[in-house]
Design a binder for this molecule. Sequence first.
Ligand code: GLU
Length: 479
Amino acid sequence: MSKNIRTRFAPSPTGQLHIGNARTAILNWIFARHAGGQFLLRIEDTDRERSTEASEKSILQDLAWLGLDWDEGPDKGGDSGPYRQSQRLGLYSEHLDRLIQNGQVYPCYCTAEELETRRQERLAKGEATQYDGRCRNLNASEARKFQADGREPAFRFRAEPEGVSFDDLVRGTIAVPGEQLGDFIVARADRMPMYNFACVVDDHRMQISHIIRGDDHVSNTPRQILIYRAFGWPLPAFAHIPMILGGDRQRLSKRHGATSVEEYRKQGYLPEALINFLSLLSWSSASGEEILSVPQLIREFDFTRISKSAAMFDAEKLNWMNGIYIRNLDPDAFAERLLPHVRQAGYPVPDAAALKPMAVLFQEKLETLSGIGPKIGFFFAETCEPETAEAAGVIRTESSQKALRVFLKETAAMASIDRAGFQALMKAVQTASGVKGKDLWMPVRIALTGQEHGPDLAGAAEILGIEKCRKRIESAIAD
Ligand code: GLU
């Protein structure tokens, strides 16, 4: 029988959900769902100074917004809880004692300053900078002397000189010689566990079968493996996924634009587009398809297709993809999703049903939902001025003015206007004024919307209504 697949996402709640971590969460989730296994959420909040409840809450919200669900987690419970490391301190302490008792972990009395001074000295001599083993074999009287000096020991793991080698599902065999590892701290003097220690205890107790995380953790894995060995625990599988780079091939950071899921949500990216886009960073489907729904992603996911090389974050591609997802929404769903962005831009719309007729006019062209802000305002304004000097110039030409005057005359007796009526009207204006094509449509568009580019004009005129249309044309005619 194949082993039960269990993956986890283990964020530290010290800020918002970063786009790189979101990708890690997505791959863990997709793989668990692909394999019919479980996906767990664990909050790594042992850094009490930097961890906040607000951050944990926002991370959970962002994951849920992306459409991820977890089988076990801090808000859900489960058989291997609690799921916050701060609530598991007793467990780490017990495990620490086990390793102290069998001599695998020893107390280290070196202070941070001493360690740093010795590190600098070795650096200057061109030597390896790992822990020099000063406290490795202290005898009882040496230890007592340190204690008498008031020193509180941290807890250091005795690394094996032969090193570690493991098979990474993405990167293949990774071998790290013992001298690169050095003895490392697993818990501070107050017994607060370090990341590597708590992570291993939890991954084992939570029966995680696959550890999928960013390759910034690849250097931690050999140390974690030593801890597994010290306890005699079986190893999970490891998969380190390549980092995400910005367009300049530097690690993705604020300089490249939005980096948190929250920012993308606010800008009006659809969660399904973001999932699709993020899962294709360093992974591709066998079919070569790029637009993949969540069920397709889950079906087609395959570890062997994760690339070793760093992934490029191509913002234009994300916009393109988001545009496709926007166009694929049915009009009601589109209006529903657009509504908060229209309100955010300051336009009062009672509900999605009221927005829908306007919304659909923009659906084809939007790349992000927040892009609606500057486009839709003309519907809500009483009057409408050309938004640029160029646009103002266009309506001032002789032929434009002529067309606008004829427009006004032809609509004098009209009580209402719909799309078909608007098309017929424009034909009549063309015949009567002799102005046609762009020379006719552009001044009318600018008069009605203030902009040279915009939605289907007949549809916009229908929503504005005949009265507003006439008023706007009138005010565009020079006295
Ligand atoms: N809390 C760690 C992080 O956010 C988890 C790393 C891991 O997945 O082991 O980077």
